[in-house]
Design a protein around this ligand. Structure first.
Ligand code: NAD
Length: 332
């Protein structure tokens, strides 16, 4: 039985890794079309609606109707080259790359329209951006953009694909959330706020989706080696954005950045390591609402349950990031 999947945010990181893995996986095989016949050059750069069928059309080859099981979507199709390279430079019949900007309702609707004749088994809301820094330095625009992508982007995408899943009374929705959606992280207040919101959204939705046989899973990643950290907006502690900020917060922010760098260096998972969580959520009969990819933060997470007033968590997180004394600690 073929499984059809649509993933957002596939130009890099987890989305790219997941799309490449699924496109190469037997369970996600398409209907078998020869894409690069007679020694003709395969298409190098994805175009709108880029797929095995359209590529073959351009090459003047007659093909059967192709229904690719993996729709890898991205905001900017020009960035599809990396995915193509990962797949050996040739678009397999198992894959179609579609334009989808989660902040643009028309773009989301167009992608949903394109997939409409297909039965979509799994929707993966993965697109996301980060924002770090003292709260006082987060601009109105940066905060709004973050919520537009992380929260409203996920809502728009789910709204577009949910009605068809409900009609079929089947489907799975996977959402790339974060440990930062389960616990507050210093200097990540707005990012955590967006992921906490995603958690509330999904937990609420999961209750209603139960009778429709639609399973929703939040994949809670800790640090993962992707371009996420370099892509995110993060003010320089010595930069102009810090002007007017008190020296104590600036000092704490400097220490946080060191801690963050060291945490990523020593504990970050590779994309391949976190893909297992997504594959399990797609494959197991009754996937959980939440699936963490690392046990690194388990002791801190447990504190939230054992000490519900939150003060033990705040103290422990402070010690974890800034150290009990001046030395600083790296272990949770
Ligand atoms: P990444 O930066 O490589 O990937 C994020 C993807 O989202 C990019 O391809 C980007 O182009 C895309 N994107 C951004 N805005 C978009 C928009 N408007 N429309 C469509 N796509 C858009 O980082 P990643 O680590 O692969 O992140 C994937 C998800 O995992 C995110 O939701 C992120 O919050 C979450 N996450 C990452 C980490 C980490 O440490 N890398 C940790 C926890 C959670």
């Amino acid at each position: 039985e073929r499984t059809t999947v649509l993933i957002t945010g596939c130009s890099s990181g987890i989305g790219l890794g997941l799309a490449a893995r699924l496109a190469a996986d037997g369970r996600f095989k398409g209907k078998g079309v020869t894409l690069c016949p007679g020694g003709a050059d395969p298409p190098r750069v994805p175009q709108p609606g880029w797929a095995a069928a359209s590529a073959a059309e351009r090459l003047g080859v007659t093909v059967a109707v192709v229904s690719p099981p993996v729709y890898a979507t991205m905001r900017d199709l020009a960035k599809g080259q990396r995915l193509l390279e990962r797949l050996g430079g040739c678009c397999p019949d198992t894959l179609e790359v579609l334009q989808l900007d989660v902040t643009d309702l028309r773009s989301v609707a167009a992608a949903a329209q394109r997939v409409q004749e297909q039965r979509l088994d799994v929707l993966v809301c993965n697109a996301g951006v980060g924002l770090m820094g003292p709260l006082e330095t987060c601009s109105e625009q940066a905060m709004k953009t973050l919520f537009e992508v992380n929260l409203f982007g996920a809502i728009r995408t789910i709204q577009a694909f949910l009605p068809a899943m409900k009609r079929r009374r089947a489907g799975r929705i996977l959402v790339s959330s974060s440990i930062g959606g389960l616990q507050g992280l210093p200097f990540n207040a707005v990012y955590c706020a967006s992921k906490f919101a995603v958690e509330g959204l999904c937990e609420s939705l999961a209750v209603v989706l139960r009778p429709f046989n639609i399973h929703l899973t939040l994949v809670e990643c800790g640090p993962v080696n992707t371009s996420f950290l370099t892509n995110l907006r993060r003010p320089d502690p010595e930069g102009s954005e810090m002007q007017g900020l008190d020296a104590e917060t600036r000092g704490l922010y400097r220490r946080f950045l060191q801690h963050c760098q060291s945490l990523f260096r020593h504990t970050a998972q590779e994309v391949e390591d976190v893909l297992q969580a997504f594959l399990e959520a797609m494959g197991t009969p009754c996937p959980p609402l939440r699936r963490v990819t690392t046990q690194l933060f388990a002791p801190l997470l447990r504190l939230r349950l054992t000490s519900p007033d939150g003060s033990a968590y705040v103290q422990a997180m402070h010690d974890f990031v800034f150290g009990g004394g001046e030395a600083g600690g790296d272990q949770p």
